[in-house]
Design a protein around this ligand. Structure first.
Ligand SMILES: *Cc1c(COP(=O)(O)O)cnc(C)c1O
Length: 404
């Protein structure tokens, strides 16, 4: 028997680490979602840059059903064909030679940070263990990943945290020069900061980070959990920076909502995670891998990737046109379909007012920090849904401005 549940049930039975919105979605199709009251929403949020090919994509439903009728899990005492096919595909399409599968972005980063530590330990000794990351960066919620992440609020009350980590301002090469040393084992960066407010790396900065890493025998880790899988208009964002990392993590859009993630690495670094050094019970299970393989097949085509760039223009031009009327944004930026609109000072710390108003107009958007409205829709969002969503957003903005 199914029990009656409502939003109020959340407060009764869930750990209060989230405060979900009042609406409870029950089905989705492409870039539209319907809730328990059959209200319809246009989805510019993509489940926080996750539903890269939209809701209920028929190909994903098909491969998932097919695999569900075969087998779900054997653990890593055996390998499986979907995992092997997916790993092969990733190595063919990226810089990487080797792949480690896990279930979330935080886990992929945890694997990456353990790998760089161990690589330095084996090759240079225990002194070379320092990790440099960037302020405002976000790398996940495990103890190691909140420590490498550049937002101290996520560490508060969880100390003592892992040590040997320092933070540098993003896009500030002089600061990095001052911090990096022979004790540095790795530099960790997002090619475009997501949670930190949709801040792209300067190409010149990214290149100099790579050079500094080479100079100090430090590994370069790219956290592409949010920017990967076509989100920025190339399969991975590093391709556009002209910089090749040693290690890269991918999750979010990789599984379109099914929990699957991967750490990609070069041969030279991957060999430092030898037999028994790391693992994951679910990592690389066949269900996850057939889905991720289908996602990659759908996304990594010239049509979809060029489409991402074209849709970027539709969004940015639409937002600019709205802003000409209402002057609520001081900057509209981003790459591909990861777009940020920073609110003017009158709405400082209150980007979420636009999110709340949008929901009332039947539109889902996100924030990235207190001052930035973030859009991260499906890479396949139809142009008509972009137009209709922007019209709804304009009505939402008009209301926020009228009530200010
Ligand atoms: C979301 C995110 C993570 C964490 O991923 P989870 O799947 O929530 O563990 C890590 N890094 C970046 C850049 C992210 O955007």
């Amino acid at each position: 028997m199914t029990e009656q549940v409502t939003r109020a049930t959340f407060d009764d039975v869930m750990v209060p680490n989230y405060t979900p919105s009042a609406i409870i979605p029950v089905r989705g199709e492409g870039s539209r979602i319907w809730d328990t009251n059959d209200n319809e929403y246009i989805d510019f949020a993509g489940g926080i840059a996750v539903t890269s090919v939209g809701h209920s994509h028929p190909k994903l439903v098909e491969v998932m059903r097919e695999q569900a009728g075969k087998f779900w899990h054997v653990a890593n005492v055996m390998t499986n064909e979907p995992a092997l096919r997916l790993a092969k595909k990733l190595t063919e399409k990226t810089f990487a030679d080797k792949v480690f599968f896990c279930n979330s972005g935080g886990e992929a980063n945890e694997a990456a940070f353990k790998l760089v530590r161990r690589h330095s330990y084996l090759n240079f000794g225990p002194e070379k263990h320092e990790i440099i990351a960037f302020t405002k960066s976000f790398h996940g919620r495990t103890l190691f990943t909140v420590s490498v992440g550049g937002q101290s609020k996520y560490k508060e009350g969880f100390e003592p945290t892992p040590q040997g980590i320092s933070h540098c301002d993003y896009n500030d090469i002089e600061q990095l020069k001052a911090l990096i040393s022979d004790r540095t084992c790795a530099v960790v960066m997002e090619p475009i900061q997501g949670e930190g407010g949709i801040i792209p790396a300067d190409v010149e900065f990214a290149k100099q980070v790579r050079e500094l890493c080479d100079q100090y025998n430090a590994l370069l880790v790219y956290d592409e959990v949010q920017s990967g899988v076509g989100r920025t208009g190339t399969l991975y964002a590093y391709e556009q920076l002209g910089v090749t990392p040693d290690v890269l993590t991918t999750a979010k859009g990789f599984g379109n909502g099914f929990p699957v993630a991967a750490m990609l690495a070069t041969d030279a670094t991957a060999k430092s995670l030898g037999f028994g050094t790391h693992g994951s019970t679910y990592g690389g299970n066949p269900m996850a891998c057939v889905i991720a393989e289908a996602v990659i097949d759908i996304v990594d085509t010239p049509e979809v990737l060029t489409g991402v760039k074209a849709k970027h223009e539709l969004f940015v031009n639409g937002l600019k046109a709205i802003n000409e009327k209402y002057s609520v944004f001081k900057d509209i930026r981003g790459m591909g379909l990861l777009i940020g609109a920073e609110v003017v000072d009158a709405y400082k710390d209150n980007a979420k007012a636009f999110l709340a108003a949008a929901v009332e107009e039947g539109l889902l958007v996100l924030v990235a920090g207190p001052d930035v409205v973030r859009l991260a829709p499906s890479l396949l969002i139809p142009d008509a849904d972009i137009a209709e969503g922007l019209a709804r957003f304009e009505r939402a903005i008009a209301k926020v401005v009228a009530n200010a």
